[in-house]
Write a protein of this length. Sequence first.
Length: 116
Amino acid sequence: MHKSLREFNCLDVGASCLFLAAKITDNRRDLNLISDFSARISLNQMQYISSDHEINKWKHKILKYEPIIFFVIYHYMDIKLPFQFLFMFRDSLTGDKKIVIQFSFNKISKYLINRL
């Protein structure tokens, strides 16, 4: 983040953190459920939001801030990445090792920031 956390709306950051936490814990909460919940809190309404526009606005915000928050906090999370295994696998390969390793690292990176 190039801005201070205080410059972001706390509801935007909170909703994105909920979505990220649901993805990491494999709880697989639906984005619609989190978007609806965030819209209700922001509008101080506890009944169901009937406006698709408000829910879509929150979906966009959540999907925008989720990778930003992930890249800020991923150093503090306990995620074991298979890089050591990839290096051992690379040593046992014959042929063009660089392409295989590059493909593998790209797949791992995409997996970590992939949206539901």
